[in-house]
Design a protein around this ligand. Structure first.
Ligand code: ATP
Length: 319
């Protein structure tokens, strides 16, 4: 559905040249939901603008829904939906805007009214169809943006930070809608986000870009696996005996002890812990607690990019 080879964009300004996107290779299959992550200035928007025909690449090529983004711009546009970060200024009433968009995409007046009713129902907008998009809540506004992007039943939907600025409740609602969309429509989705948990929860694959280059492209689970397994902490007063059992059962595993606890890292802890716990019990080691921490996508992101993402969620939580 999306294919990019060597896709590049260099900006030239008075300050000099910026390699905003450098030789990006990318594929997104039909029905896949791919999260596109990167720190500020990494090249996400530039990539999305090229894939949505809004900006010409300076090198390389890309096809979306089978059409070239430069030579077959109109064909691409007909088949994609793009919900941008800054939703457009829409003074019209929500219902009118949905109908107008449907007519612009070639639907008859009757079909446009039917499509509007269908989208309003699906995105829970029925009660606000007579209101201007400037007079609804943030969550309703994002749902309206999404409905607008889907009016013409696009094959590929581009979402630029779809839940930025939403409160946790509206965010959860939007996640649910995106999951339903994926389950029922088979639409391919390319979603940029700063929220690592969003990529984890919604996406089949995560592509990480840093300084214009793709630095990871895999499932979030596979990326987490690369971090070297789960961190296990055993709380016990019998440090010597506990570390000896761990060392014997998990040869080569680095064991770190501190007063009251033994800590180590292993792959697939859930599968390997029961056997280890049996051996500890057999050796007479009393444990007061056992905890397992899976690496998070934040850990992966930090390792790949060296940045802590400017996650709006964290700011919200902290505020
Ligand atoms: N029109 C432009 N002229 C010159 N440089 C630009 C232009 N647009 C973007 N850049 C530069 O290109 C790089 C990539 O920017 P881009 O907006 O694609 O990043 P981003 O990953 O979307 O960032 P953010 O998460 O902050 O939105 C940055 O260094 C940016 O300053």
């Amino acid at each position: 559905m999306i294919s990019a080879e060597g896709l590049s964009r260099t900006y030239t300004s008075r300050a000099g040249k910026v390699d905003a996107v450098h030789e990006v290779n990318l594929t997104v299959d039909a029905g896949q939901v791919v999260g596109f992550l990167g720190p500020n200035g990494a090249g996400k928007t530039t990539t999305v603008r090229m894939l949505t025909t809004l900006l010409d690449p300076t090198a390389g090529r890309a096809t979306v829904a089978g059409f070239d983004v430069v030579r077959q711009r109109a064909e691409v546009r007909r088949r994609i939906g793009y919900v941008s970060q800054a939703s457009s200024f829409v003074p019209q009433r929500i219902g009118d805007e949905l109908r107008t968009q449907a007519r612009l995409h070639g639907l008859s007046a009757r079909q446009a009214a039917a499509r509007t009713a269908e989208l309003a129902e699906r995105f829970d907008l029925t009660g606000v169809l007579d209101r201007s998009a400037l007079r609804v809540s943030g969550g309703q506004r994002r749902r309206f943006d999404l409905a607008l992007g889907l009016v013409h039943r696009p094959e590929v939907l581009f979402l630029d930070e779809p839940t930025a600025g939403l409160d946790p409740h509206s965010r959860a609602e939007l996640w649910q809608l995106l999951r339903e969309l994926r389950a029922t429509q088979g639409t391919s989705v390319f979603l940029t986000t700063h929220y690592l948990d969003e990529a984890d929860a919604l996406c089949d694959r995560v592509v990480v870009i840093n300084a214009g280059r793709i630095v990871a492209d895999d499932t979030s689970d596979a990326l987490k696996e690369q971090l070297g397994g789960d961190v296990v902490v055993l709380e016990t007063d019998q440090l010597g005996a506990a570390s000896a059992v761990v060392a014997a059962e998990l040869p080569g595993c680095a064991v770190d002890t501190a007063p009251g606890r033994v800590r180590f890292q292993i792959d697939h802890a859930q599968r390997r812990l029961p056997g280890l716990l049996r051996e500890l019990d057999r050796a007479g080691v009393a444990l007061t607690s056992v905890s397992v921490k899976r690496p998070t996508l934040d850990d992966v992101f930090l390792r790949l990019t060296g940045h802590v993402t400017g996650s709006p969620l964290r700011t919200e939580v902290a505020a």
